[in-house]
Write a protein that binds this ligand. Sequence first.
Ligand SMILES: C[S@@+](CC[C@H](N)C(=O)[O-])C[C@H]1O[C@@H](n2cnc3c(N)ncnc32)[C@H](O)[C@@H]1O
Length: 255
Amino acid sequence: MTNNTGRKRDVAASFSDATDGYLDGNILKHGADLEQLIDWCRDATCALDVATGAGHVAGSLADAGVSRVVASDLSPAMVQTATTEYRGLEGVAVDAERLPFPADRFDAVTCRFAAHHFPDPEAFLAEVERVLEPGGVFAFEDLCVPDDPELAADINRIERLRDSGHVETYSRAQWLDWLAATDLTVETVHETSRELEVDAWLDRMAVPEGDRQRIRSLLSDAPADLAEAFEFQYEGDGDRLASYRTGVVLLHATG
Ligand SMILES: C[S@@+](CC[C@H](N)C(=O)[O-])C[C@H]1O[C@@H](n2cnc3c(N)ncnc32)[C@H](O)[C@@H]1O
């Protein structure tokens, strides 16, 4: 952790305080997106799940018959949660941008809903490319923003208030540009969206009451184009935001 060391330490600490929310949150535990990632890795024998959180991807890989699954995360408490919850996983606390594995070690690498925390996404992709054997599968999912830079900046500002470890959510085009600069070959890209219930979204990061109020008032005052782009839904006919939809990019590349 030579770069961004302080920031990464803070991220690890904030996620270590949020293990329960990530373990129990149904939004991460199940879903067609998770099934898609696992299906892309169906022939794998030795997989690495980067930024495993509570281990939902790693556990699903093991359940699908991948014989060796390494669940890795910056937060030791998350690794502990994942390896306790799902049997048969190897756990390791490591930084996604500095993976302590030799070249060509894995035939699948997965990473779901975490890269918006990485200060240097290109360093992460370079590490994926290095540890993935030729022909191996990289199955990736993260939040994504519209191409409009103002909308992207607005939503990232709100995300950072909710989670100080949020670095940036990027657009699908940005991920494809970065991948084009690697030797990984993108085979499939889907852009979807998912509904985030605001209370549950705040609960997952255990956001304190004062910050919840600030985020809620920012959301209430959000510009109309932001509310429209992210499909804000209000409770009843009031102005309390119940949910919004965020973009999601899902892709599969080969080494
Ligand atoms: C939203 S959770 C991941 C969810 C999980 N992948 C799933 O599908 O259920 C984000 C995780 O990223 C981890 N993380 C953040 N920055 C990281 C980094 N630089 N290297 C590795 N893990 C990191 C956090 O500790 C946290 O556990």
